[in-house]
Design a protein around this ligand. Structure first.
Ligand SMILES: Cc1ncc(C[n+]2csc(CCOP(=O)(O)OP(=O)(O)O)c2C)c(N)n1
Length: 309
């Protein structure tokens, strides 16, 4: 994999001056992914923070060919572009290697774009799909998504006298993708840049559909300080809420085992979206959350090094 020096000396393909919030987790993810392509790369984005913050006419932050998608069909868009490329190659009209990447938020991936993603994975297009998971539909006003953590307050799962935040557990999208028997899928986090860049590089080098689900802190929707974002990404991994693992050709590998697994409370307490959990009655929800995390982590460790399909 590329060293930090090599990565840093590569051309910047995603410029500064965009309108994403300060402390947003998305820009470091996109920068690292584009730098890891190792070839000319074509990108598309589902509507979401990334798109609205980087493509405000007449400006663009993309120094690569970029194509707009609707909220629901980034994977279908990139499938079409990749198919056109293959046809051009077959006819001898294009030479060289081109990579293809689609980016979507959790709303555009776990929910509304899931059928497009599933179809593209099943058809076997040669592309990488990156989901930046900030845990809600952030750019339209912090509505809950199926990636929103259990117990989190959003504008459509508000904590109050009726419900104490979201009542459903986060959908495990990475496992759903793995069930498509894709050659490579992984979870990553921007605080471990090396792990993220290595995974992106590997995904781009793998023939066929590949997928990465990346934790993306959001100061606006998490009610946190911009300067704490990377620390929150780290805490989500150290509490095992967001385990780092990859599945390559069916074999699962846990990439990071915290020396000291932190209680989920450490991740929840400083975030405004979980504020209500630290009032009377909230401890039951935190306990439930801890139990599920522990069970899921144990299950993952049992699968470490084993074939999962
Ligand atoms: C079919 C459809 N439904 C709703 C919308 C409105 N819409 C655009 S972006 C968005 C939320 C995006 O959420 P997410 O994908 O999580 O990305 P984020 O805003 O968090 O970056 C919504 C509801 C739309 N454009 N198309």
């Amino acid at each position: 994999m590329a060293t930090l020096k090599e990565l840093a000396s590569k051309e910047e393909l995603f410029t500064g001056g965009h309108r994403l919030c300060s402390g947003c987790g998305i820009p470091p993810i996109v920068r690292l992914v584009l730098r890891s392509a190792g070839a000319p790369v074509v990108a598309t984005t589902a509507t979401g923070c990334l798109e609205v913050g980087t493509t405000i006419y007449p400006y663009t932050s993309w120094r690569v060919p970029w194509i707009h998608s609707a909220f629901e069909n980034a994977a279908a868009t990139i499938s079409g572009v990749e198919s056109a490329y293959k046809a051009f190659k077959r006819k001898g009209k294009m030479k060289g290697d081109v990579k293809f990447v689609a980016f979507g938020g959790d709303g555009g991936t776990y929910d509304i774009g899931l059928q497009a993603l599933s179809g593209a994975l099943e058809r076997g297009h040669n592309f990488l799909y990156i989901c930046y998971d900030n845990g809600a539909y952030m750019n339209t006003g912090i509505q809950r998504s199926s990636a929103t953590p259990f117990g989190s307050a959003t504008t459509t799962s508000p904590a109050g006298t009726v419900i104490p935040g979201k009542q459903e557990w986060r959908k495990d999208l990475t496992r759903i993708v793995v069930a498509h028997r894709v050659p490579y899928a992984a979870q990553a986090s921007p605080h471990l840049w090396k792990d993220l860049a290595r995974k992106a590089e590997k995904a781009f080098q793998t023939e066929g559909p590949t997928f990465m689900n990346v934790m993306s802190p959001c100061p606006l929707g998490w009610y946190t300080k911009p300067e704490d974002s990377i620390g929150f990404a780290k805490l989500s991994v150290d509490t095992c809420y967001w385990p780092l693992y990859e599945v390559a050709d069916g074999v699962l590998k846990v990439n990071y085992k915290p020396k000291e697994k932190k209680p989920v409370e450490d991740w929840l307490k400083p975030q405004g979206r979980f504020k209500h959990l630290f009032k009377p009655g909230g401890d039951e929800i935190i306990e439930k959350m801890q139990k599920t995390i522990d069970l899921e982590w144990e299950r993952l460790l049992e699968m470490d090094g084993k074939r999962v399909y």
